[in-house]
Design a protein around this ligand. Structure first.
Ligand SMILES: [Zn+2]
Length: 221
């Protein structure tokens, strides 16, 4: 269930900030509330769901500043991942990555956005999985899911991973060129960050109660 929930996040089907109830989730998955409570607890640990002081559970809605910090961590980690994988290129199989890239191309050609956004996210997780380091895999799963939610909030382009860059990274790794792979990954993460427009001044969020307060203040005297 956690995996399916994460998949829905990766496919950008889950609205950031949405309120979830145990009842609705238990009914959706056809399981007891005790089971769903465990799933929720795990997703809260992952940072994908947030438990409020009132007891309500919401989907995370990362702020611009939080998103910037997550991308900073990815900048520190992901170029190093591809660099170290490239140094082991002789003993690693890149077949799964190559067929994954073909699937990305197919989804792009078919204009299947949900599949494409999931696949481009999974690409980054596959790189982490190739390191065989469970701490790294867990950390990147969390960062990737939260960045997916941030994309829904702040992205300007159709999809966050520009076309062709994943292939460039894989080709450099296969050639054993670690520095080039790391360099393309740095550019790639920079493009993702640019697309998210994290320095933009946030728009005013119109809210009826705020508007009524504003009108009342002006009608006094
Ligand atoms: Zn990417």
């Amino acid at each position: 269930m956690r995996r399916h929930f994460l998949q829905a996040v990766f496919e950008q089907r889950v609205p950031p900030g949405a309120r979830l109830t145990e009842e609705a989730l238990a009914e959706t998955f056809g399981v007891s509330r005790t089971v769903i409570r465990q799933v929720i607890a795990r997703l809260v640990q992952d940072g994908i769901l947030i438990k409020q002081a009132t007891g309500a559970t919401n989907v995370a809605a990362p702020t611009r500043s939080e998103t910037k910090k997550m991308l900073t961590v990815r900048h520190m980690i992901e170029p190093e991942i591809v660099r170290s994988l490239a140094t082991r290129s002789g003993s690693l199989s890149f077949d799964a990555l190559k067929s994954h890239l073909d699937k990305e191309d197919q989804a792009r050609a078919a204009r299947d956005r949900a599949t494409l956004v999931r696949l481009v996210g999974e690409f980054h997780l596959m790189l982490a999985q190739m390191t065989d380091n469970p701490i790294l895999i867990r950390l990147l799963t969390k960062l990737q899911a939260l960045v997916c939610l941030a994309i829904l909030l702040y992205a300007t382009e159709e999809d966050a991973c520009p076309k062709g860059e994943h292939r460039g990274i894989v080709e450099a790794m296969i050639a054993g060129e670690g520095e080039r792979a790391a360099e393309i990954m740095r550019h790639h993460l920079h493009h993702i960050e640019e697309d998210l427009q994290l320095d933009e001044i946030p728009k005013v969020d119109p809210h009826l109660s705020g508007a009524l307060r504003w009108l009342r203040d002006r009608s006094v005297g």
